[in-house]
Design a protein around this ligand. Sequence first.
Ligand code: ATP
Ligand code: MG
Length: 443
Amino acid sequence: MTIPDKSKKVTKLKIKPTIITRDQHTISRAAISENALKVLYRLKNAEYKAYLVGGGVRDILLGREPKDFDVVTDAKPEQIRELFRNCRLIGRRFRLAHVRFGDELIEVSTFRAAHHVSDQGEGHTEDGRIIRDNVYGDIDDDVWRRDFTINALFYNIKDFSIVDYVGGVKDLEAGQLRLIGDPAQRYIEDPVRMLRAIRFSSKLGLNIHPEAEKPIGEYAALLKDIPAARLFEEMLKLFMGGYALQTFESLRHYSLFQYLFPQTDKLLDTQERDYPHTFIMQALKNTDQRINEGNSVAPGFLLAALLWEPMRVIADEHIANGLSEMEAVQLAGDTVVSRQILSTAMPRRFTHMARDIWTLQVRLKRTKKRAIRVLMHPKFRAAYDFLLLRAQAGEPLGEFVNYWTKEQLEEPLAGKEKIKPGYHKPRSRRRPRKNQNNNSADS
Ligand code: ATP
Ligand code: MG
C-alpha cells in the first residue's frame, strides 16, 4: 500500500459554494424535527451561525425520514453548553455537544478544520490516520473534513438555503457516493470511511463512485488498526439500520466483512455447504423485516446468529473428543466470543445473550423434562426465535419447533425475566407468542 507524501503542505481551499435558495430545493421545516429546529433557532438567536448538516439534509432531499439530526455551528462547545441546560459535552477525539430532548438527541458540533495527511502536526499517527481532530474553523474549513459530498450539505437556518461546496446535490441527483478529496488519502485518514461507503450505498441505493471504490481493495487492511470498540459501534449501524442483508452482501463483495467477523468470514469462504450462508441471509432478512416493521432487534441475537457457525464447528470438534453437547457448546461459545471481541469489543450483556441463546439450543432439543425451567429462562423467547430461524434455514427441527410453540401457549409467562423494581416490561413481551418469524424478544 502506498502512503501519500507527507511533505506536501495543504493550504486552505478558497472555493465559492453554490447556494441553493429556499425556492430551489425541497427541504421544508416540517420535515425537520421540532427539537432540531429549537437548537438551530436558539443558536441563531444568540447570534451564532447554525446549520443542519449530514444525514438530516441528505435524507430529506432524498425524500426519506432522517434517523437523526446533526447541527453544526461556530459556537464553541462551552458556548453551546451555556445555551442549553439539557446539554452534555462528549468526545475525546473531538469535543461536541449532545443536546437531549427526551428520547431525541441532537448532536451539535463546532466547525472544525480538516487534518490532512500532509499536515505537519500531532493530529495523525505515523501512517496518516487521524487521532485528534480539534482544530476549530469556519464552514469553509468544516466542509473538507466531511467524508462524502452528499454528507456535506449545509442547511442554513438564517435563510433556509442549502450551502453546497462540493457538488453534493448533483451527486444525490445522480445517485452516486463520492468522497471529498483524494479517496486514498481519505481512507488512510480514517479507514472506517470504507465501511461508511458500504453503509450509505446499501441504505440509500447509491452507486459508489469508481474513484471511491477503487482504493478499497488496497486500503481495506487498515481497518485492522481501528479500535475494536469503534468497529462494534459501526457494526451496529451496518446491521441494525434495516438494510443488513444488502449491507452484508456488499461487505463480502468488497472483502470488508473479514474485519468485522473474521471467524465467520473464513468459514463462509471455506465451507462447501450452503447452510452457513443461507442461515446468515435468513437471520439478516428477519432482522431487516423486524426493523422495518418498527420492532426492536437485540444486538445479542444478531451476534448469536453471525457467530453461530464458527461456534458450531468448534463445538462439533469438542463433541468428537468426547465432551457432552452442553459442555461443548459452552466451551466453544467462550472461544468464539473471546476471539470476536478482538475485532468488535462489545458490552457483556450482548455476548452473554449470545451464549445463552446457544446453550438454550441444546436444551430446546430435550423435550421430555423440566420444560417449565426452560420456558422461564429470561432468554427463552430469543432462543425459541433462534430455533425458528434455524428451521427456516433448512435444519430439520420441526418436531422441536412444534413442541415449544405448544408449550409456550400453555405457559403464558414463558420467557419472562424477573422484573426489577421500577423496570417496566413492554406489554408485548408478557403475551405468549405464536409461531412467527420474529427473531428476538429481548432487547
Ligand atoms: P446517519 O446518521 O443517517 O447514519 P450521517 O451522515 O448523519 O448518517 P453521522 O455518523 O451521523 O452520519 O455523521 C454526521 C456527519 O458527520 C456525516 O454526514 C459526515 O458529514 C460527518 N462524518 C461522520 N463520520 C465521519 C467520518 N468518519 N469522516 C468524515 N466525516 C464524517
Ligand atoms: Mg446523523
